[in-house]
Design a protein around this ligand. Structure first.
Ligand code: CTP
Length: 421
């Protein structure tokens, strides 16, 4: 059964070069079980052919208010939709939708629906940064429209900047979180939440050239940051790998290198976080002294004294904000469940995400992962080998479960305080 089984989705495509990526979104929606009705504007058809959507979608592509057999096509589409997604959305679409103009089938369909709407803007940086465009997006967001992206990256014509269409994976995650497997349409299920994510492995300098490090790539932490933003959360991502961190609206990236820098960044940004996801591999020890110049072989084998670093997660566990959910990660090679359970308890956290990094395709550097999620109430969920974005979705689902339990209980993990802020 697909996550979107039975849901009727209108896929609006407007005239930008990113229209070709809507083909991938269409395919993924259909793969997830959705019934997809494509609606293209005239501009979109200059970039991609309707035949492509006809072949992939669940029904024929509609392009005009006047062509369809149904006498009132926009109401058929708008009233029948469980969700409308516009991908990509041009500056003109944003302006028309904001103003309530309905000059073509897509804008008329947007007017004729009460279903949730997801808008994925894509345009050149200069256009995206125009105050008029920004205002249109803000007004739409205030009205409850979910805005996904844009990202920073390569644009048409070789330019680089903000304005690239969000990754189809993130667009699907946003749709998934709105429609959900239970059919509820609650909006991005992390809207209004603040999430702090750490990612990557810390590097503890020995000298200006060498460091003590580990093999973490930051991919799982970054996947969590992207997924949380796609679900509507305001995300801060403290990472040792800023060059591969999600460069998207909704994620603030804080670059760090050492365990001490990560501790400072996390502890000074955690007070308002609803969920903290400590996916980073933080060094437990660092060299006591950092040599001022490169250690030379000729000087003989160096003796490097190490000292413990701050256990950031344990520190958070001791001083957490009311209602906050703390999630730790455990990369193990033996006794996965036992080691994870003892970390869950010793650090005073709500949930732990454990993986056996000796298994094939799991953990460090891979695009896939397999994890065991354990929570304090004894809940255990196994996520089999999956793409890291799918693991991220499962981790966020479980963390949200912890958050809701804590709030239902009147405060997190024994604090007993009102958690509504
Ligand atoms: N962690 C942390 N600060 C540290 C070390 C780890 O916040 N100085 C966090 C990691 O981000 C992760 C969890 O703690 O979420 C991992 O727990 P830990 O027991 O420190 O794991 P290891 O360092 O792998 O411990 P061990 O070597 O004992 O397995």
């Amino acid at each position: 059964m697909g996550a979107l089984d039975g849901h009727r989705i209108v896929l609006g495509v407007t005239g930008g070069i990113a229209a070709y990526k809507a083909i991938e979104v269409c395919r993924r929606l259909v793969d997830a079980g959705a019934h997809v009705a494509p609606v293209m504007t005239g501009g979109a058809m200059r970039f991609v052919g309707r035949a492509t959507f006809d072949a992939l979608a669940s029904e024929t592509t509609q392009v005009s208010l006047w062509d369809e057999e149904h006498p009132v096509p926009h109401t058929r589409l708008g009233q029948g939709a469980d969700l409308v997604v516009v991908c990509p959305a041009t500056a003109r679409l944003l302006a028309d939708y904001r103003m309530g103009r309905s000059g073509d089938l897509l804008t008329a369909t947007l007017m004729a629906t009460r279903a949730p709407v997801v808008v994925c803007p894509a345009m050149h940086t200069e256009m995206w940064e125009q105050p008029a465009v920004q205002e249109n997006v803000s007004v739409l967001a205030e009205r409850g429209v979910t805005i996904v992206g844009p990202e920073h990256g390569r644009l048409a014509g070789g330019d680089v900047g903000a304005g690239r269409l969000a990754d189809p994976v993130d667009i699907l995650a946003a749709i998934d979180s709105i429609l959900g497997s239970d059919g509820s349409t609650s909006g991005g299920d992390m809207a209004g939440l603040e999430v702090l994510v750490t990612a990557g492995g810390t590097r503890e300098p020995i000298c200006p050239v060498r460091y003590v490090g580990n093999r973490s790539s930051g991919k799982q932490g970054h996947a969590l940051a992207r997924a949380a933003a796609a679900r509507g959360a305001k995300v801060r991502c403290v990472t040792t790998q800023p060059e591969t961190a999600p460069d998207i609206i909704g994620v603030q990236v804080l670059a760090v290198e050492t365990a001490a820098e990560m501790a400072t960044a996390v502890l000074s940004n955690s007070a308002t976080a609803d969920i903290v996801l400590m996916a980073a591999a933080v060094a437990d020890f660092r060299p006591v002294e950092v040599a001022g110049s490169k250690l030379k072989k000729a000087d003989g084998t160096p003796e490097i004294m190490l000292e413990p670093t701050t256990d950031i997660l344990a520190e958070l566990g001791r001083n957490r904000s009311p209602g906050q959910v703390l999630v730790g990660f455990a990369a193990e090679t033996d006794d996965l469940r036992q080691n994870a359970t003892s970390k869950l308890e010793s650090k005073g956290i709500d949930m732990i995400v454990a993986n056996d990094v000796s298994a094939s395709g799991v953990g460090f550097g891979h695009d896939t992962n397999a994890v065991l999620l354990l929570d304090r109430s004894g809940g255990a969920t196994e996520v089999p080998l999956s793409e890291k974005h799918q693991v991220a979705a499962a981790v966020l689902d479980a963390a949200l479960g912890c958050l809701h339990n804590a709030r239902d209980a009147g405060g997190a993990t024994g604090h007993g305080e009102d958690v509504n802020r």
